[in-house]
Design a protein around this ligand. Structure first.
Ligand SMILES: [Zn+2]
Length: 190
């Protein structure tokens, strides 16, 4: 007997809603093509999304990541922005995709001291901006994870700005000025 377990998906381009058999969907994501607009995008099993059951805190902390292979050899590193943090993990936006599983994340606390935590890459998907959204699950003891998150949230609450946030505000400002008013709705033809 064939068991079909349906999951709901939404096309990232045209936002059409579909039901998809979740059985062939890989935990690392599976590419699907929208039957309406033909856009190709990656879908993830619903439990990967649900796994992060702890409350999330929206932040914009700057995070450096170091990615290691299974022999604990450093294979890549870079910077990312933590978009949200929960006790189970962090959503990191990075300019490049993170290709390996084991990660060390570092940041600075309120006193500019380095803090770090270990994590495991659960998924990495390309965003509409061309950046990558990387779901990372924290590993290691709770105390250390909680210490890391608390310090990140604290530094974000105190500082409210970092290189990324300042630049984003500046770019947004420039953009708003070059587009002084919202375009008035074009006459519709009905
Ligand atoms: Zn579509």
């Amino acid at each position: 007997m064939l068991l079909v377990n349906l999951m709901r998906i939404v096309c990232e381009s045209c936002h059409s809603k579909f039901k998809l058999d979740r059985n062939p969907v890989e935990p690392t994501g599976t590419l699907v093509r929208c039957s309406k607009c033909r856009a190709v995008f990656r879908v993830y099993p619903p439990d990967i999304v649900k796994r992060r059951k702890h409350p999330r805190v929206k932040t914009q902390n700057l995070i450096a990541y170091f990615a290691f292979d299974k022999h604990r050899k450093l294979i890549s590193h870079g910077m990312g922005i933590a978009l949200d943090i929960s006790k189970s993990g962090i959503l990191l936006e990075t300019p490049n995709s993170i290709k390996s599983g084991f990660l060390v994340l570092t940041a600075t606390d309120k006193l500019k001291k380095f803090i770090e935590v270990n994590g495991r890459l659960i998924y990495s998907k390309k965003s509409s901006r061309g950046t990558y959204l990387c779901g990372i699950e924290f590993i290691g003891n709770d105390e250390r994870v909680i210490d890391f998150i608390t310090k990140l949230i604290r530094v974000y609450n105190v500082q409210r700005n970092n290189l990324f946030i300042i630049l984003k505000k500046k770019l947004y400002h420039t953009y708003s000025r070059s587009n002084p008013s919202k375009r008035s709705p074009s006459p519709s033809s009905h």
